[in-house]
Design a protein around this ligand. Structure first.
Ligand code: GLA
Length: 732
């Protein structure tokens, strides 16, 4: 809901849980008054706005009258909390948008012009966005006009009726007849009146994605960013601030994410009043967008979740937003087939016969979707060649025979592509060397022996689309694993002239989104999974097209325990691609239980499994089929023990109707007998549940207050328990 108090010039964006107030002052700046728990009224807004220090910030010099004036109201420019800070003037905290003036001046100053309140959420054609999906949403569109150039900015702020979330972005419109260079186009600004927060972010590297790091919000600037051309292993666009004393279940927490897959910048600045000035959007390193007359630049949507009840509540808000408004709804709703992937079992070394034996043996462990990974196309027996040539290598594999065998077993079939890349040793590169990204007069930096294709060039995107079409039209393919195995270093497009090179990073993303959305449109039944050397592009942009993303190339369950737990703070388990592998750490049952707290899949050489290993996998496969979608895929997740902070990892998922719950408890180092009561969450206090640990029946209240009793037992290294609770009838 959104209301406007015309007399006081106050917007109130609210639902039953949260309020966001802003005020249009007489200078035309939009001041942020309050963001937090629902408040029916702010009463006296000047009490919020006033502050005595720095009277200089009230003065301005009128160039026409050649005289100094004082702002008529108590507006303190450069100090007041704003929706859009100006640039090149008094405000030094950082502007979300910077354009160049015609004479080259940097000054950018957007002032209020008009507003409208519209039902629904914006829908975009070139970039991913938060889908409305039948839920009541209301958007405030504030229009600002740049003081000197004919450029408008629309600030969209959407509130969903049923979520503690607001969605913000800017649309920049060139109303002039000249090209306007934009040198920064962030998606949002949020000014908070204090900095007593910790900042949580998720840095990492290949095969060690998303560690959970917590820093104090220091004075000055702090940045969480990627300049790798993808959201990256090194940081993730999911970031949150927690009040200093907040815990998983207590305190104020504000979470942020961006519906985007490329360079990003989350920047906090503690100003001289100890407020926190937050900017978030597309990274501005080497960014310069030449906005043509009459065209609009749309910034990706930033999503802000607010919780008064600790970190888990924020996580749950993000989880339901992602499941209900980001991932393709038609795919998330179906029960996803249990997936078997060939990669870790045989990498590039296979032939038709060996692949058929994989298909046959994968059925013994419950596979419902067989995925042939890298190595089936072009000349591709290792990673030095073949990318860019999406033509079946008939000498290596009879694809139709493999698909027929899958169908004979009642299985679906999927395949691997890495559409945005080219090996120098490929026909595509030999024919079109200019398709590779990078200035060909300078040395290029291959990574995994490959270059990025220039997806800023539509001709290149079309070429790959047509190559993929030929495969997808010929073979019945149900699933595509879409990989992306290198970062962007050189970012020079041979198809763009000098003044447009600042657009390349973003145009690469537009090319990625263009290709995947065209394919999704033409092949609506294909289920796409994202991947980028594991979890190097785990973000809301990719999730818009792919309902799940391979979380990491690390499948050792001990390392995975951290990766999956931390990833699930920002993303629902149903999106976290997790497979049981041949890793020698722990037994298959433990690996499978862990994979269950993700998408659950299998990735190994199925020919070498022993009878007892097959049994272990079948046991957990049965749990997957019986409970996964209802309790884990669509359930509510609680983080009970962090492996970073304790000697165990424990998560619990509860079905929406609270009739079932599944708990994973994974020990780290050997621990002697001790009390271990795991206090559960989210159950119905009045209901009775039988638990699979000791087969006893207790009430929801008992499990929540006394806890599941894992005491008096020695837990050995990486011992893992899977406990299923099911409601039983009867009275307490
Ligand atoms: C990446 C992926 C792996 C696998 C290989 C194939 O590393 O993360 O899962 O698909 O590429 O080359």
């Amino acid at each position: 809901m959104i209301s406007y108090n015309e007399k006081e010039r106050i917007f109130h964006i609210y639902n039953k849980k949260i309020s966001y107030y802003m005020h249009v002052n007489f200078e035309g700046a939009v001041e942020t008054l309050y963001f937090g728990k629902f408040l029916p009224s702010l009463y006296n807004i000047d009490a919020i706005r006033k502050g005595d220090i720095d009277n200089n910030s009230s003065q301005y010099f009128d160039m026409n009258l050649e005289r100094e004036f004082t702002h008529p109201d108590i507006y303190k420019e450069g100090i007041a909390r704003n929706e859009i800070s100006s640039h090149g003037g008094r405000d030094k905290r950082g502007a979300p948008i910077i354009i160049s003036q015609k004479n080259g001046a940097f000054e950018t100053d957007f002032r209020y012009f008009s507003f409208e309140i519209v039902e629904g959420l914006p829908v975009y054609s070139d970039i991913p966005y938060v889908r409305e999906n039948g839920v009541k949403a209301t958007t405030l569109r504030i229009c600002y006009k740049e003081r000197r150039r004919a450029v408008l900015v629309y600030e969209n702020i959407t509130i969903l009726e049923d979520k503690d979330i607001v969605i913000k972005n800017f649309e920049i419109v060139n109303k002039s007849n000249e090209i306007v260079p934009i040198t920064r186009a962030f998606s949002m600004q949020l000014d908070l009146p204090d900095n007593q927060y910790k900042i949580h972010h998720f840095p990492g590297r290949w095969a060690y994605e998303r560690e959970h790091r917590v820093n104090d919000l220091v004075e000055g600037v702090q940045e969480v960013f990627s300049n790798k051309g993808r959201s990256s292993h090194e940081e993730n666009p999911f970031v949150f601030l927690s009040e200093n004393e907040a815990t998983n279940t207590y305190g104020r927490v504000i979470g942020f994410n961006l519906v985007y897959s490329g360079n990003f910048m989350f920047r906090t600045y503690t100003d001289m009043l100890m407020g926190c000035h937050i900017l978030y959007g597309i990274g501005d390193e080497d960014f310069r967008w030449m906005l043509n007359p009459k065209e609009t630049f749309i910034t990706p949507q930033a999503v802000i979740a607010y919780s008064e009840e600790g970190i888990d509540k924020m996580s749950q808000e993000f989880h339901s937003l992602i499941k209900e408004h980001i991932v393709p709804p038609e795919i998330d709703k179906i029960k996803k087939p249990l997936l078997f992937n060939s990669w870790e079992g045989c990498t590039f070394t296979f032939n038709t016969e060996s692949m058929l034996s994989y298909v046959d043996d994968s059925t013994k462990i419950g596979s419902e979707l067989f995925v042939l990974d890298d190595g089936w196309f072009g000349k591709r027996d290792d990673d030095t060649s073949g990318l860019g040539d999406w033509v079946l290598n008939e000498n290596k594999i009879n694809l139709q025979a493999v698909i027929d065998r899958c169908h004979k077993h009642g299985m679906k079939f999927g395949i691997w592509f890495e559409p945005e890349m080219v090996n120098p040793d490929s026909d595509l590169y030999r024919d079109y060397p200019q398709y590779a990204l990078g200035d060909r007069k300078l040395p290029l930096t291959p990574h995994r022996h490959q270059f990025l294709l220039d997806f800023a060039n539509q001709e290149v995107v079309d070429n790959i689309f047509h190559q993929m079409e030929l495969i997808l039209d010929k073979y019945p393919i149900d699933y595509i694993k879409w990989d992306n195995n290198r970062v962007t270093n050189e970012h020079f497009s041979n198809a763009l002239d000098a003044e447009h090179q600042g657009e390349v990073y973003h145009r690469l993303m537009l090319g990625y989104y263009n290709l995947i959305s065209r394919l999704r449109k033409k092949y609506p039944n294909i289920f796409f999974e994202g991947c980028a050397s594991g979890g190097g592009r785990f973000d809301l942009g990719t999730l818009f097209y792919c309902p799940q993303i391979w979380a990491s190339d690390e499948t050792d369950p001990i390392c995975r325990m951290f990766i999956q737990y931390n990833t699930s703070i920002g993303y629902p388990l149903s999106t976290i691609g997790s497979h049981v592998s041949n890793s020698k750490m722990t037994c298959y049952k433990t690996k499978a239980i862990l994979a269950l707290f993700g998408t659950y899949g299998l990735e190994m050489n199925p020919n070498v499994l022993t009878e007892s290993e097959i049994e272990e996998l079948c046991e957990i496969g049965d749990v997957y089929r019986k409970y996964h979608q209802e309790v884990i895929g669509n359930g509510t997740l609680y983080h009970l023990k962090s492996p970073q902070e304790t000697n165990a990892m424990c998560m619990q998922s509860v079905s929406k109707d609270k009739s079932k719950s599944i708990v994973i408890y994974m020990n780290k180092f050997k621990e002697q007998q001790q009390y271990r009561f795991i206090k559960l969450k989210g159950l119905d206090e009045e209901k009775l549940y039988r638990n699979s640990l000791d087969n006893e029946v207790f009430s929801g209240a008992y499990y929540q207050e006394v806890g599941l009793n894992l005491s008096r037992k020695v837990l050995y290294e990486f011992d893992c328990e899977l406990i299923i609770l099911e409601e039983v009838g009867g009275e307490i």
